[in-house]
Design a protein around this ligand. Structure first.
Ligand code: C6P
Length: 404
């Protein structure tokens, strides 16, 4: 049962005031809020379990290791990975992408093409540009349309036997567009290319099945789906991960070390050098459990209602332009008001207790496409309400009167 009152009671931060007003938190695409059951798991870890993992024979270390590996299994089952060791626990989406980009340094040459979409976050652009600098490979861009979707004919034309890798986000953080990743993966595989999907913005709303998608790499961050910051995951097919060299050297990622030669640990430890964010990893598992208990179908259906309600309300306001009009969208509403800088709107909304993000959203190429400095972005979660949207619309109308 989707019980909004009960769900909201799980999020203590939602009852705080900001600038004298009850908080309206519409910056969920930047980071989601954390429910009490997840906060309690973090407290419990430091209260009862705190020890380094995979290293100690003592009870605390063994219990902490068990809890951490149980969280990996939760992540594995959530994404339907075939094997637990195909899940690498990382610091988040950015680290996961950098890990893969670093790994391909010795595998690419100047004869390889890398295809990237015009809708990417900087985290899924810059590591590949750096990889191209190291290898001489060519980065080619799948263009976008005015509606904020990918030009799939252009994608088909860009694919060739030279295409080594394709990187696309599942959902655009700036526009909310859900990209046709099934088609992208299928077509990329037809020419022998491997595909990395950046799921940072999809995972709060959609439950991906990596085996059904047949995706090569899928990455996300825990803090976008009710978990803590500084932890996330990389799914990779076993055969591909085995082909890649380690990302960082250090403790935990080795089998044997002598000054003459070091041999590396098996998956997943080969990519998990050093002491990880143990409490964060365990809480990541708890966050997935929390969201699964509500149900992703329920979450998506409710958020679609919120998006529809907010879109209709904003369209009534003269001078508002919405960016991102794909048929398939998650609950992200990016907009501008004619003649007003997005930053000014964001500042006034904040004075009224409403948190939205303003700026380029780490997706400058999208802003360049529309020739704008940025947008105001309201991003909704399953704990938001229509009343909160009414408050934003009212506050926006006041802001427009003040600024025009
Ligand atoms: N986007 C936003 O406000 P990290 O920082 O590693 O957890 O996630 C990076 C990242 C990668 N890809 C996409 C599609 C993203 O949306 C993000 C994070 C936030 O849109 C912060 S910039």
């Amino acid at each position: 049962m989707f019980d909004l009152t009960k769900i909201r009671a799980d999020f203590p931060i939602l009852s705080r005031k900001v600038n004298g007003h009850p908080l309206v938190y519409f910056d969920n695409a930047a980071t989601s809020q954390t429910p009490t059951p997840v906060i309690e798991v973090i407290t419990d870890y430091y209260t009862r379990l705190n020890a380094n993992i995979h290293r100690g024979v003592h009870t605390l270390s063994q219990e902490a290791t068990e809890a951490y590996e149980a969280a990996r299994a939760t992540v594995q089952h959530h994404f339907n990975a075939a094997q637990a060791h195909e899940i690498i626990l990382t610091a988040g989406t950015t680290e996961s992408i950098n890990l893969i980009a670093s790994g391909y340094t010795s595998l690419l040459t100047k004869n390889d093409d890398l295809l990237i979409s015009a809708l990417e976050h900087h985290s899924n652009i810059v590591p590949w540009q750096m990889l191209c600098e190291r290898t001489g490979a060519q980065l080619k861009v799948i263009p976008m349309t005015e509606k904020g979707t990918l030009d799939m004919d252009a994608f088909t034309n860009l694919l060739s036997s030279k295409t080594a890798l394709v990187f696309v986000n599942h959902v655009s953080n700036a526009l909310g567009t859900v990209n046709p990743i099934e088609q992208i993966i299928r077509q990329a595989h037809e020419v022998g290319a491997e595909v990395l999907i950046d799921g940072a913005q999809a995972c709060p709303h959609i439950k991906p099945d990596v085996q059904a998608l047949d995706v090569d790499y899928y990455v996300t961050s825990a803090h976008k789906l009710c978990g803590p910051t500084g932890v996330g995951m990389l799914y990779g097919k076993e055969a591909l991960l085995n082909k890649l060299p380690p990302y960082q050297g250090g403790g935990e990622m080795i089998a044997t070390v002598t000054f003459e030669k070091t041999t590396y640990a098996d998956l997943p430890h080969k990519f998990e050098a050093g002491t990880p964010n143990i409490a964060g990893g365990i809480a990541f598992g708890a966050a997935l459990d929390y969201m699964n208990a509500i149900g992703f179908d329920q979450i998506a259906a409710y958020e679609a209602e919120l998006l529809d309600y907010a879109t209709k309300a904003l369209k009534q306001i003269p001078g508002v332009r919405i960016y991102g009009e794909a048929e398939e969208k998650t609950a992200v509403l990016s907009f501008n008001v004619e003649g007003i800088h997005p930053y000014d709107i964001g500042s006034i909304l904040d004075k009224m207790g409403i948190a939205v993000r303003t700026g380029h959203h780490c997706a400058q190429p999208i802003m360049d496409f529309y020739q704008i400095p940025g947008t105001v972005r309201a991003s909704f979660s399953f704990y938001n309400t229509q009343e909160e949207i009414d408050r934003m619309v009212e506050a926006l109308q006041k802001a427009i009167l003040m600024l025009q």
